[in-house]
Design a protein around this ligand. Structure first.
Ligand code: ARG
Length: 286
């Protein structure tokens, strides 16, 4: 297994961590609440506080601005309480926006709403044929797309994806219902081709997927169950600053050891819907 703690030699040879400015799309949680249950985190009987969700979300928004990122906003729609999880709204690379087609009927109307936003923003929109939940399940790492399946995105969408983007797509199978989207089980820390670096939760994957991750990313950070359980992996990295759940303390320590600068935020209210930092963030790559 790969070493969790970096040796001096690894530290000396690792690439210098550099931040690059990003453009992201977010959605204010004005209509956030938990009124249905489509993942194990959600419990409609437990009350949610929309005001607190807005406050916590605002902190994340301001954190991105302070880090120099460009943040675009899509208007929230009444009746779509999960729309705050913008990562599921599509997958955007090379100016092409592959639209989402949600697995659950409760979220289905979000697909067209996000596609309209992409069109208005000048992206080349591809209407999806297959069920997929966007960047929740698709992660760009180097030139490759890691694509999750098992709970939400259909593996047929992985073929559609490779046809649209002309990139290698690797299917990873998720097996733990608490980590139902790929972005809850893998964090992309550095997507730069040639110096790809990720963090992940091994128990979230089936045997073949785990074997692939171990072989392909031998220097990955292995995150423990405690940090994964506060959705610590659901983080956003610009190559140097990593915005993470402030309760993911061991992951934070490991990030520092690997030369990153973790920035903790508390999204406890949005965790009640089963989402964290990354879920609220969709990267727009022109
Ligand atoms: N309640 C939402 C759902 O179950 C949460 C989505 C989280 N998004 C993510 N990218 N992991 O669909």
């Amino acid at each position: 297994m790969s070493s969790v703690i970096e040796t001096d030699e690894q530290a000396a040879t690792r690439p210098e961590r550099r931040p690059t400015g990003r453009s992201v799309l977010m959605c204010r949680p004005e209509h956030f609440s938990v009124v249905y249950r489509i993942n194990p985190w959600m419990n409609p009987a437990e009350p949610t506080d929309t005001g607190l969700a807005l406050e916590q979300w605002q902190t994340l928004y301001e954190t991105y601005l302070a880090l120099g990122h460009d943040v675009q906003l899509i208007d929230p729609i009444d009746g779509l309480p999960d729309m705050v999880y913008a990562a599921n709204g599509g997958f955007v690379v090379d100016g092409i926006a592959y639209g989402a087609k949600f697995a659950h009927v409760e979220r289905r109307p979000e697909g067209p709403a996000y596609m309209q936003w992409f069109r208005d923003a000048g992206f080349d929109v591809r209407v999806p044929r297959e069920i997929n939940e966007g960047e929740g399940d698709f992660l760009l790492v180097g030139d490759m797309i890691l694509a999750g399946t098992g709970f939400r995105s259909d593996s047929l969408s992985h073929e559609e994806l490779s046809g649209i983007f002309g990139r290698e797509v690797v299917t990873l199978r998720l097996i733990d219902p608490s980590f139902y989207h790929l972005d809850t089980a893998i964090a992309v820390l550095d997507a730069t081709p040639g110096q790809e670096h990720i963090a992940y939760l091994p128990s979230a994957f089936d045997g073949a997927s785990l074997a692939f991750l171990q072989q392909r990313y031998p220097d990955a950070i292995i995150v423990n169950e405690t940090d994964a359980a506060v959705l610590g992996l659901n983080s956003f990295s610009d190559g140097y600053h990593v915005v993470i759940a402030s309760r993911a303390t061991d992951f934070e320590r490991q990030l520092r050891e690997h030369g990153y600068h973790p920035v903790g935020v508390d999204l406890s209210e949005l965790l009640l819907g089963g989402g964290g930092v990354k879920c609220c963030t969709l990267e727009l790559r022109r």
